[in-house]
Design a protein around this ligand. Sequence first.
Ligand SMILES: Cc1cc2nc3c(=O)[nH]c(=O)nc-3n(C[C@H](O)[C@H](O)[C@H](O)COP(=O)(O)OP(=O)(O)OC[C@H]3O[C@@H](n4cnc5c(N)ncnc54)[C@H](O)[C@@H]3O)c2cc1C
Length: 568
Amino acid sequence: MAERRHLETDVLVIGAGGAGMSAAIAAADGGANVLLADRSLIGRGGATIMAMMTVAVAVGEETPDDWHYHYRDTLIAGRGLCKPELARLLCEEGPDAIRQMDGWGVGWARRDGHIAQAHAPGHDRPRCVYVDFLNTGPAVSKTLRTALHKRERARRIGDLMIIDVVRAGNGPHAPVTGAVALDVTTGKAVTIGAKVTIIATGGLTRLYARNSASGNMGGDGYAIGLRAGTKLIDMEFVQFFPIGHLAPRMIGMDPIMWDPFRYKLGGRLLNGNMEEFTGRYGTPEDGKYVVTRDNATYAIMQEVAAGRGSPHGGAYLSFTHIPVEQLKAAFGPVIDKLTTNGIDLTKQAVEVAPIAHYHMGGIAVDAAMATGVPQLLAAGEAVGGANGANRLSGNAITEALVFGRQAGRTALEVLGGGAAFDPADAAASLALVEATGASAREVNTAAMLARLQSLMWEDVGPFRTEAGLQRAIEGIGALDRQLGAVPVGVPNAYDMARLDWFDLRNMLLVARVVTEAALLRTESRGAHQRDDYPGLVEEWTRNQVVVLEGGRAVIEKGPLIPDEKVAA
Ligand SMILES: Cc1cc2nc3c(=O)[nH]c(=O)nc-3n(C[C@H](O)[C@H](O)[C@H](O)COP(=O)(O)OP(=O)(O)OC[C@H]3O[C@@H](n4cnc5c(N)ncnc54)[C@H](O)[C@@H]3O)c2cc1C
């Protein structure tokens, strides 16, 4: 038999971002033994550590606030598709989660002794807490890593890529008993027996050529969930951020960091001819810079299509009209980081363009984070439904902290319901990890990844048409056939081609689901914009639900969501 390691735990948490670490802490605090596994380094792999801006929460420190107001804003932004029980949990539990982080020393910025809260678009009042300057995600991640470190019951293992979760048999009531993983440092298989498993693997924006993601955000959790029998919802809703950094090269900084400065200082959005242009598309800025994300994305892409884009295919963002002292005060130490990157905002405009940023869809769960598959929970961006068709600024980190903590608590309640791990149930996934395949010279997985990202960007990006989506489905099918059923190479330490193969296995499945769901939704709503079906259609006020049947993704329309659920 191939050399394998086996680990046992009460609770397996897959993914060590904000959601996974919060889940691990809550489960360990309740007395469970926890194994927190990440394909990257613990707390450094996904989006959480990259987020530099704000966290939305009704703590009411800046102005009086109440979670009901936050809830109402979240439902409005979600354009009728939010799962009310999830949006409610996010808003109602947010303040407590944020105060818990405060108690652990995260260092929320303070003004006159109270937690400072910024006003971000879509919120009816200043609601977004942050850690200065642009340090929110790193501080959140560090605080959770430190809290975890103090919990002896929480074991942490990096470089462990979960390939599949394992169920005891096939029936609808078969519980999840653990997982099969690939040890990136050896290439060997690892089996994990767990009484409860939590998927907290983050989002899917790596599917797109232009993205704000790290390399670990290819939608693994969605694919793992689908293969294990969970449902996915709202998969067509990928959020594109209009002014992601494009040029010049900028290292070590959040590509979406320009947003708060633009609002705060009035950064000017200009086309390649240095003209303001959003007014051409019905959304003039009038010096206020309040154009919504979807409208700004539309305007930039139309200017580029008309040949009036900036040299790298976006628009200019200029702060050159702002007095130097005002710039320095607003940007603080960020000015030095920009200087290190050779960017002087007093003299030059930067180039920005839309970028895939967040995924509203994901694994369907109830308010306890239960997936419907026994002993399998999910949390964080891996979950769909809380934000409907469009996410409010700052809601994603709150979602990660609140849903992660909830999943950890639920895990404690269902610990007794599992079954023992049996390697026979894991045979198919183990065979895959231990297989010998074609040489990496025969199957160029890196080129296939680039091809997938480019076709997703071209045809399943911010603006979609039937012809483009059909083209994407054909392209994905061709890549699927090229990938084949056996991983390239042999089990080996840090074999990137082989890891790419496993990434593509997940990414192609998830890309297909996103594209097919986008094709079926014949309307434009929130982040899903169809050039051939402009405008929101009331009949489409329903979620789409995806299941895997006989290896094929089947998409069903959910029931019409009544108006009263939308009105808070
Ligand atoms: C650049 C950027 C800026 C952002 N800014 C903000 C902001 O200001 N405010 C806000 O609210 N939101 C922001 N967001 C969104 C927010 O950061 C995320 O939605 C949130 O952090 C997700 O947390 P998570 O724990 O669910 O996932 P992540 O933090 O992405 O963690 C997922 C983890 O799972 C691991 N993983 C994935 N697959 C596997 C596997 N197969 N096996 C093992 N491990 C796996 C990954 O390595 C990763 O560590 C931003 C996102 C980005 C990319």
